[in-house]
Ligand binder design. Structure first.
Ligand code: 4NP
Length: 165
């Protein structure tokens, strides 16, 4: 059996965007029956919220869409993550820049924006200083990305493992 595809979603605090993306991706993976094929985790480039649950607004937004992310806990990105995951999928360009700067030389993981790796456009803006509508927009983006990633995994002859690099 082939090894599972290991995906790490990365944002700044790991309490808003990346736990929402982790929750959306896991939900779509489970729906598609791909739980044995894909492993999903998330982390933040900053460690201020390590150990914390997602922001209450992120939990409420995911819950409105039928996904429970309340059990997730924030953690800081570690150098071992570049070996443990096949792809680090960043919420925005600043996250991607920070991740690239932290990557050990020769690290095998693909480093990309989450949306671009899904084959879509755009960064996911930080909703932390925003309101409910900003969290809803994040959900719409990450769920669209999650659906596209899962659709591609279900399509024979299309490998997402290498992503866009
Ligand atoms: P996230 O949002 O990167 O989507 O988790 C943020 C959460 C916390 C902070 C910044 C962004 N913060 O500065 O504490």
């Amino acid at each position: 059996m082939t090894e599972p595809l290991r995906l790490l979603v990365v944002c700044l605090g790991n309490i808003c965007r990346s736990p929402m993306a982790e929750g959306a991706l896991r939900a779509r993976v489970v729906e598609a029956g791909l739980s044995d094929v894909v492993r999903i985790d998330s982390a933040g480039t900053g460690g201020w919220h390590a150990g914390d649950p997602p922001d209450p607004r992120a939990i409420a937004t995911a819950r409105r869409h039928g996904v429970d992310i309340s059990g997730l806990r924030a953690r800081k990105l570690q150098s071992q993550d570049f070996d443990r995951f096949d792809a680090l999928l960043c919420a925005d360009h600043a996250n991607l820049r920070d991740v690239r700067a932290l990557a050990p030389a020769g690290a095998p993981a693909a480093l990309s924006l989450f949306m671009e790796w899904a084959g879509l456009e755009g960064a996911i803006p930080d909703p932390y200083e925003g309101g409910e509508a900003d969290f809803e927009r994040v959900w719409q983006q990450v769920d669209e990305g999650a659906r596209v990633i899962v659709a591609r995994l279900l399509t024979p002859d299309v490998s997402v493992a290498s992503g866009t690099g």
